[in-house]
Ligand binder design. Structure first.
Ligand code: GLN
Length: 385
């Protein structure tokens, strides 16, 4: 071993390997059904795959513009207007990114300075807090309220200070599967209106929302839109999480700062996929079918586990379903998730890891973005417990 450096002081001393990597590895090791890390096990649309292939053959294999391929930015602006009535400028107010996580990191890095406070609603997707801390920001936590995992806006109001720089929101919510309503958006408007507080709105599951509810994007609310970075993901919409492709909308002044950072983090994102997506989205609005597709999966999974000892409230959005195991075990969720993988052959995600302090609400998160056949097999194992 080399003698120097003999110590390095970690910038993230409390952070280990993400739970998704840990649980997927454990699932593989024990040949368990992997409902832990969120990814579909079905294929991407053939037409989209052949478009990518075609773009590669056409020679579109070099750097795309830093902002993203223009025609993709244009179709995304059209989509925002069509779905949410929001007007964004394709050249100045949208950027293609290498996934949602990178968009969130770039947005936080663009705006957070040492000592700025960022309000994080817990449980929170695991990339938020490290990105805040790496930028010298201070996460300020507010917890969702059981049993439906809704936001108590009085709790949020109480923690707003003159140092609050950003409020981070996520709807549909990962890991809880709850969704924000129009009322939530109005409450948020009341808090941020007339302040300099920014919003980072993680809307990567925008199309996966159930029981007739409509996705409430911050872009529909002018007081919110004028201060928001909105993050989306092609991976979730097109069953292609491994492409690591996403995008971010923000008003011109915010997007200008986002780009200053983005260009030195990744510079740009995959070129042929951008060209293919531009053509595909132009010719198809099949994202409108996603809610029904996943609602069927949710219902199928829940029907299969009806007779089990797990309790549940059906997810309102996202492709995650929480199961309450309090009637089965008193173990901590991290321990139970490991045992469930090793002994019962089903991997899930313990939800306590998404909090900064220990919680023990005995909830595991299961990804139902899987073929019915696999969901059925997993449910049989869960019912046998
Ligand atoms: N978003 C995916 C999930 O919630 C995981 C992504 C990752 O592995 N980092 O499971």
């Amino acid at each position: 071993m080399p003698k120097y450096p003999n110590t390095i002081s970690s910038k993230l001393p409390k952070v280990g390997t993400t739970i998704f990597t840990v649980m997927s590895a454990l699932a593989n090791e024990h040949k368990a059904i992997n409902l832990s890390q969120g990814f579909p096990n079905f294929n991407v649309n053939e037409r989209l795959v052949s478009l990518i292939n075609q773009k590669m053959k056409e020679g579109l294999n070099q750097y795309a513009p830093m902002q993203g391929v223009p025609k993709l930015r244009e179709v995304l602006c059209e989509k925002m207007e069509k779905l949410y009535g929001a007007k964004y400028h394709p050249d100045k107010e949208v950027n293609i990114t290498s996934g949602g996580t990178q968009a969130i990191y770039s947005a936080l890095t663009a705006v957070i300075r040492e000592g700025d406070e960022v309000i994080v609603i817990e449980p929170a997707y695991d990339c938020y807090v490290p990105a805040i801390e790496l930028n010298g920001g201070i996460p300020i936590y507010v917890q969702l309220k059981a049993p439906n995992h809704t936001i108590d806006w009085n709790d949020v109001k109480k923690v707003v200070t003159s140092k609050t720089k950003v409020i981070m929101i996520n709807t549909p919510h990962n890991p809880m599967g709850s969704v924000m309503t129009a009322k939530d958006m109005h409450e948020l408007e009341k808090i941020v209106g007339g302040t300099n507080i920014l919003i980072i709105s993680d809307e990567v599951y925008e199309h996966i929302i159930f029981d007739g509810q409509k996705h409430e994007s911050v872009c529909k609310y002018p007081v919110l839109a004028e201060r928001s970075f909105i993050v989306y993901s092609f991976g979730k919409t097109y069953h292609a999480t491994g492409w690591k492709m996403g995008y971010c909308f923000a008003p011109e002044n915010l997007m200008a700062e986002f780009r200053k950072v983005h260009q030195f983090i990744v510079f740009t994102s995959n070129t042929p996929i951008q060209h293919a997506l531009a053509d595909y989205i132009k010719e198809s609005d099949d994202y409108n079918e996603l809610a029904e597709f996943y609602q069927k999966k949710r219902d199928f999974f829940l029907k299969q586990i009806q007779g089990s000892r797990f309790k549940f409230i059906p997810a309102s959005g996202s492709y995650f379903q929480l199961l309450d195991y309090s009637a089965i075990s008193k173990e901590k969720d991290t321990d139970y998730a490991i045992r469930l993988t090793k002994e019962n052959g089903v991997a899930s995600i313990p939800t306590s890891v998404f909090y900064h302090k220990p919680v023990d609400d005995k909830l595991l998160r299961f990804c139902f973005a899987k073929t019915d056949d696999l969901l059925k097999k997993a449910a049989e194992k869960l019912c046998a417990i």
